[in-house]
Design a protein around this ligand. Structure first.
Ligand SMILES: [Zn+2]
Length: 118
């Protein structure tokens, strides 16, 4: 076998090895991506289940339930503070900012006075 043939074989072999390497890297990237997607789906399913469970058990004496209720209330308080700093209140129907003195929510059209009377 001549030197050129050997070189040619060596290049072919290297190209084949690189092809395998590139395919493995591609497979790995795809598997890692698929894993991330599935992990994201799992988190969403747990969240969905958690919300459902919370709704069905929110009066029960369970530590996490009480924590969720407390955090939810705190978020509501913070939202009200943000709205107050922006010069309005949260629409009780859709939570959009309703500027002080407005009679209707510009986002959902709810009549603010009616909502406050309810
Ligand atoms: Zn609204």
């Amino acid at each position: 076998m001549g030197l050129l043939d050997e070189l040619s074989d060596s290049i072919a072999s290297t190209t084949k090895e690189f092809g395998k390497f590139a395919q493995n890297a591609g497979d790995l990237t795809k598997l890692q991506y698929d894993k991330k997607v599935k992990e994201g789906e799992l988190i969403k399913l747990y969240e969905k289940l958690g919300k459902k469970y919370y709704q069905e058990h929110k009066e029960e004496d369970i530590e996490e339930i009480k924590e969720i209720t407390a955090v939810t209330l705190r978020i509501k308080e913070i939202s009200e503070d943000i709205m107050a700093l922006k010069g309005g209140v949260a629409c009780p129907k859709c939570q959009a900012l309703v500027k002080n003195g407005s009679k209707y929510c510009s986002a959902c059209g709810a009549k603010i006075e009616d909502i406050f009377e309810e």
